[in-house]
Design a protein around this ligand. Structure first.
Ligand code: ATP
Ligand code: MG
Length: 332
């Protein structure tokens, strides 16, 4: 069994990124048997314009956050795509297997290119093929995918099937989708109907992973709420988006259910709940923030970790890449 998962590198990481993405990787690492490969999809990031210096910084920051949150190079292989040229090489071979008609059916390209289809990069159109290469390169058996990526994994299976058939080989394993653990959706501290996001102009709307204890306590104190006391069970939070968000954050950070949290705070107001929430956040984020800041101060250590991960990924990829070249009759 071999599991692979990728994420685009972003910076200015916040609690939503942690609970919605980063923490799931750390859990998968411990829960899934077999080898785990995690990569930063920097080659995917450039399908739209990315400031080069920012891309470098974001790649390092995402890697630092993953390492700080508990991705352990002894348990998983962590790398960025650009350090493993086999991704781009296999993508080219697979471009020649994939059909234009197949890519024309990808709904995500239609959404992402919008009205400016002619002005979108060829990379944005073709990126599901790079994604197929990411997966097939490692004989990946399991790929955790959300609904938005199911169509792309289906395409990877179609490409693998056609390549094997065209060449009369069994070069590629067909990957299976797995349903990822339900990811928390964290809302803004200023507006319970908007997602917590790094592009919100108000810094008070989010908890950043590097916020210190005083900042976290102050942001929670000022978080928008209503005047009602907390209910005794989850159903009582319907129609109260801010209250629901704060209780959900508490539950996610303390690793409890919403009902368990409410059983303790039922009937109490936010004057009692907010300091308790602030403390849970400070305590759980402190070790991550400390390690994250240590890594950020030492980019060479991050690069070394990614370099080591890339060397292991390249070694795993080599037999499949060699087999793909050979299957096509390419001399090298
Ligand atoms: P932007 O505002 O630029 O879209 P963002 O804050 O939404 O930035 P992304 O870089 O888009 O962050 O997302 C990185 C990862 O974090 C993705 O897996 C995304 O699903 C997850 N994520 C982002 N915001 C939240 C959130 N509020 N709750 C849960 N998961 C989130
Ligand atoms: Mg986003």
């Amino acid at each position: 069994m071999r599991t692979l998962s990728g994420i685009q590198p972003t910076g200015n990481l916040h609690l939503g990124n942690y609970l919605g993405a980063i923490r799931n990787w750390v859990r998968m690492q411990d829960e899934m048997p077999g080898e785990k490969l995690y990569f930063l999809a920097d080659l995917h990031a450039i399908t739209v314009y990315n400031d080069p210096a920012e891309l470098t910084a974001n790649t390092r920051e995402m890697a630092a956050a993953l390492l700080a949150a508990g991705i352990d190079p002894a348990k998983s292989i962590l790398f960025n795509q650009a350090r493993v040229p086999a991704h781009a090489e296999l993508a080219w071979l697979l471009f020649c297997t994939a059909r234009i008609g197949w890519l024309n059916r990808m709904t995500q390209f239609k959404e992402k290119s919008g009205k400016n289809r002619e002005g979108a990069s060829v990379g944005l159109f073709a990126y599901p093929v790079l994604q197929a290469a990411d997966v097939l390169l490692y004989q990946t058996t399991h790929v955790p995918v959300g609904d938005d990526q199911k169509q792309h994994l289906e395409l990877a299976r179609d490409i693998a099937t056609k390549f094997n058939l065209d060449t009369g080989t069994e070069t590629f394993t067909l990957p299976e989708p797995t349903i990822p653990a339900a990811a928390a959706r964290i809302m803004s501290l200023r507006d319970g109907s908007a997602k917590m996001s790094k592009s919100d102009p108000s810094d008070a709307s989010r908890i950043n992973l590097v916020d210190d204890a005083d900042t976290i306590m102050a942001k929670i104190r000022k978080a928008k709420t209503d005047a009602e006391p907390l209910p005794s069970e989850a159903a009582g939070l319907e129609g109260r988006p801010e209250a629901k968000n704060l209780v959900s954050i508490y539950a996610a950070m303390a690793d409890e259910s919403v009902d368990q949290v409410l059983a303790r705070f039922a009937g109490q107001g936010f004057g009692a709940f907010k300091p308790a929430l602030g403390e849970v956040l400070v305590e759980t984020l402190r070790p991550i923030a400390t390690r994250l800041n240590e890594f950020k101060a030492d980019p060479a250590a991050i690069d070394a970790a990614l370099e080591a991960g890339a060397a292991r990924a390249s070694a795993l990829a080599k037999p499949t890449l060699d087999a793909a070249y050979a299957a096509l009759g390419l001399c090298r």
